[in-house]
Each structure stands twice: as structure tokens, then as C-alpha cells.
Write a protein that binds this ligand. Structure first.
Ligand code: THU
Length: 306
């Protein structure tokens, strides 16, 4: 028997509406398949996400993982590691009664969900835009991989307050302070190497991102990607995909020298997709002096090719 006891019908209705709404912000120009997700946390919050693609394909973020990354950035994992009570995934409204295979969370998302839920008391709802079908998470992932360490949670930072601080004073030094502060919310239950980021967008908003570790490290999400994904979920990619005008990230060196860490802390494919060419990216590795580069610097070789 699936364990679907902890959520009420009213919770499902409200989460379905949120997931369907989130789908409208999906950035899926390559697959044209839009997905929205909503997570109901153990303390009753609804946090949404949509799928966010990049042209290099392999690092697209599914809607479910977008919602998890956003929840982590908002400090939900600081309160409890198994914060997911329910996940609703809503695919682009095609027609009623589409096959389950078209509305089912992918295997990678099941793996990431399992890091942040108690499998026996987590509900998954699959929605075709007309009707949600309810499952217990234990029906979806049997013997999921777990490789988590016990960690002592840090006090949760207010993501909203940090974003306000960034907006009020979007200068590099202040943005770095914000990026450093939001590290406290990162999910660090595997390597304990928290990252933080903040981005400014063309429509005049600021978005924080906190790193999300996963037992399967291939599914980790870096803080800069998380910030970009949260902005897309909030509609920032609606007018232009090059919506990031400035960014600051605070990352650990992971035992490498600062120069190697610097090279590896920015994903060029993500920058190519979402940054304006003249955007400044400031990086601080551990406590080393920060370093600023321009997004277009990453692609100086394309000028020769053109
Ligand atoms: N996608 C999701 O967002 N969630 C899933 O569980 C399945 C797939 C996205 C990824 C990609 O952007 C598009 O749907 C087509 O695979």
C-alpha cells in the first residue's frame, strides 16, 4: 500500500495549482516540453520550480530539482533534512489521460528527492494539467542510493532579506557578502562544502542560490546554477534569456589551489545561456582575495572563430 497519509486533499489542490502555474515560467526552448513542480514542505510551505534548459543539454535542470534547489536556498533544509512532504509534477497541458510515462518524475529527480524526504511518508503527484494521480514515494524508488553524513545544521538565513540587501546595494563587495551569507543554507550533507551565489537580473531583481549536494554527487547543483534556476522560476527569462547582469559567488577551494578552483567554479555553458556579455562575475575562493571577470572573457575564442 502506498503511504499517502500525511497530505490532505486541500494540500493537493493547492500544490497542483502552484505546479501548473510554475510550468508557465519553464525555459524549455530546446525540447519544447514544459514542466512545473511544487514541493510541500513539512512546515506547510509551497515552493515551486520549473525546468530550465541550456543549449549544451546535459545540465538542464528538471522542474522537481529546481523546486528542491529553491527550497534549500530558502533555508528549508536547515530546519530538517527530510523536508519534502509532497512533490507535485505537472507537465505541459497536453490532453487529459496522457500516459503516466509522460508525467512521471525522471529517475535522477527521484534520486535527488530521496535525499530530502522520508521515503515512507512522502507523496508524489503526477499531473497532466487536468488531473493529478497520487503515489507514495516508496512506489517510485526502491533501494535508492544514500550517502549522507550527519551534519550540524547552521542557523537559517533569510533569503528574502539577503536579496533585499543585494538590491539596495548591488556593489561587488556587498554582493559577495550576500553570497557568503547564503552559504549557510546550502545542503552540505555529503561533502560539507557549502557554496553561495547571488545574481542581479535585467528586470531589476536579485536572486540568491545555495549549493545542493546529493548522495550521488553527479546530481549536485552549484550555487550559480541554483540562483539562475530560481530567477527563471520567477519569470526572469520571459523577455530575454540573457537576463543576468551581475553575479557574485563564494565557493570552497575543495583542496585545490585557488587558481584551479576559480577555473572550475563557473560553468561556461550556464554563462553562455543566461548572462549578458558584459556581465561581471566576482568569485571568492575560501578567504582568498576575490577575482572579477566579464562573461564574454570566457568566450574570447569565439571572436576568432567568427
Ligand atoms: N523534465 C522535468 O522537468 N522533469 C521530469 O521529471 C522529466 C523531464 C524536463 C527536462 C527537460 O527540460 C524536458 O522535461 C524534456 O525532457
Amino acid at each position: 500500500m502506498p503511504n499517502t497519509a500525511p497530505v490532505s486533499a486541500a494540500d493537493i489542490v493547492r500544490a497542483l495549482a502552484a505546479a501548473r502555474q510554475a510550468r508557465s515560467n519553464a525555459y524549455a526552448p530546446y525540447s519544447n516540453f514544459k514542466v512545473g513542480a511544487a514541493i510541500l514542505t513539512q512546515d506547510g510551505q509551497l515552493i515551486t520550480g520549473c525546468n530550465v534548459e541550456i543549449a549544451s543539454w546535459e545540465e538542464a535542470t528538471c522542474a522537481e530539482r529546481s523546486a528542491i534547489a529553491s527550497a534549500v536556498t530558502q533555508g528549508v533544509a536547515n530546519e530538517r533534512a527530510d523536508f519534502i512532504k509532497m512533490v507535485v509534477v505537472s507537465t505541459q497541458a497536453a490532453k487529459p489521460n496522457v500516459p503516466l510515462t509522460l508525467i512521471s518524475p525522471c529517475g535522477a529527480c527521484r534520486q535527488v528527492i530521496s535525499d530530502f524526504c522520508s521515503p515512507l511518508s512522502c507523496t508524489v503527484v503526477m499531473d497532466d494539467g487536468h488531473e493529478g494521480k497520487v503515489f507514495g514515494f516508496d512506489e517510485l524508488l526502491l533501494h535508492g542510493f544514500r550517502y549522507n553524513q550527519p551534519i550540524s545544521p547552521l542557523p537559517r538565513m533569510s533569503c528574502q532579506a539577503l536579496e533585499k540587501t543585494a538590491l539596495l546595494n548591488p556593489h561587488t563587495g556587498n554582493l559577495l557578502e550576500v553570497a557568503r551569507a547564503v552559504k549557510a543554507n546550502a545542503a552540505r550533507q555529503v561533502q560539507d562544502l557549502p557554496e553561495g551565489a547571488v545574481i542581479m537580473t535585467t528586470d531589476g531583481r536579485a536572486f540568491c542560490g545555495a549549493g545542493v549536494e546529493n548522495g550521488c554527487t553527479a546530481l549536485n547543483m552549484r550555487a550559480l546554477r541554483v540562483a539562475a534556476v530560481r530567477a527563471v522560476d520567477a519569470g526572469a527569462a520571459k523577455t530575454s534569456s540573457a537576463f543576468i547582469t551581475k553575479a557574485a559567488i563564494a565557493v570552497p577551494s575543495r583542496g585545490r589551489n585557488a587558481q584551479a578552483a576559480l577555473r572550475q567554479s563557473i560553468n561556461p555553458a550556464l554563462v553562455a545561456e543566461f548572462f549578458s556579455d558584459d556581465a561581471e562575475i566576482t568569485v571568492q575562493i575560501d578567504e582568498n582575495p576575490p577575482f572579477t571577470l566579464r562573461a564574454s572573457d570566457l568566450f574570447s575564442w569565439t571572436n576568432q572563430a567568427a
